[in-house]
Design a protein around this ligand. Structure first.
Ligand SMILES: N[C@@H]1[C@@H](O)[C@H](O)[C@@H](COP(=O)(O)O)O[C@@H]1O
Length: 261
């Protein structure tokens, strides 16, 4: 696990965009994994700037979303499909049809989950997965207690996650759906490179557990310690509880330029 501590979330976002730019340069048809939430926005913003400047094209890539609320109307602005259309598709040059997500409006959610696993496998798997982390350590919508080997399925959101996400629903926790379809932890672990972003003091405990805690379903993100290629991009506030912060900074400062992402 490589941990990079930056002064600002914007700087972390630029590094995230560098990793994607580097990947797409050697593999224009790369498969990207997209997260929602505020953490990846700096990456999407930076990617948009590069596409507009003509230094990057994502037109040949495909993308798979991590998760989706169950039951939101098709045109609801907080439906993750619509969030990704707005925050990612709307900023870069990828065709909407090349972006896939789990169908949270399907009549048969279990079948939709299995179908989504098949779609990811048929695309050859995810090359680079962008991830955020919840304050309770969830990744995608895999809440504490999730099987560390899980695949895409229906989950029930915790009160904490619904309270955290209420800010996107006019502050009304009751407006936040109780259920979601989410890639499982096993699904996420199949991605070849995982890049997790977090910022702010509110994420400091989750980041501490993620990087330094024991692997446990109580902090689902901790399973990433078992992945061979993880990059954690965090600002100083999110890094404030890391015992190894100084070491991570020294390591990054001394990183050989040939090492890449
Ligand atoms: N399902 C998403 C997660 O994928 C995201 O990582 C988390 C943190 O969001 P934020 O980045 O806004 O803090 O929120 C949601 O619950």
């Amino acid at each position: 696990m490589e941990v990079v501590i930056t002064e600002t979330a914007a700087k972390a976002g630029a590094l995230g965009a560098d990793a994607i730019t580097e990947l797409v340069a050697r593999q224009p048809n790369a498969v990207l994994g997209l997260a929602t939430g505020s953490s990846p926005l700096a990456v999407y913003d930076e990617l948009g700037q590069r596409v507009r400047a003509g230094t990057l094209s994502l037109a040949a890539t495909q993308a798979f979303m991590l998760d989706e609320y169950v039951g939101l109307p098709a045109d609801h602005p907080e439906r993750y499909r619509n969030v990704i259309e707005r925050e990612f598709v709307g900023r870069v040059d990828i065709d909407s049809a090349r972006v896939h997500g789990p169908d949270g409006r399907a009549a048969d959610l279990a079948a939709a989950a299995a179908d989504y696993e098949d779609q990811i496998a048929a695309a050859g798997g995810v090359d680079l997965q962008i991830l955020g982390i919840g304050t309770d350590g969830h990744i995608a919508f895999n809440e504490p207690g999730s099987s560390l080997a899980s695949r895409t399925r229906v989950k029930t959101l915790t009160h904490q996650t619904r309270a955290d996400n209420a800010r996107f629903f006019g502050g009304d926790i009751e407006a936040v759906p109780q259920h979601c379809l989410t890639q499982g932890i096993g699904t996420i672990m199949n991605a070849r490179h995982i890049m997790l972003l977090a910022s702010g003091r509110g994420k400091a405990e989750a980041v501490h557990q993620l990087v330094e805690g024991p692997i446990s379903a109580m902090w689902p993100g901790t399973i990433l310690q078992m992945h061979q290629h993880v990059t954690v991009l965090i600002d100083t506030a999110a890094a404030s509880r890391l015992q190894l912060a100084t070491y991570f900074t020294e390591t990054y400062t001394a990183k050989p330029c040939w090492q890449g992402f």
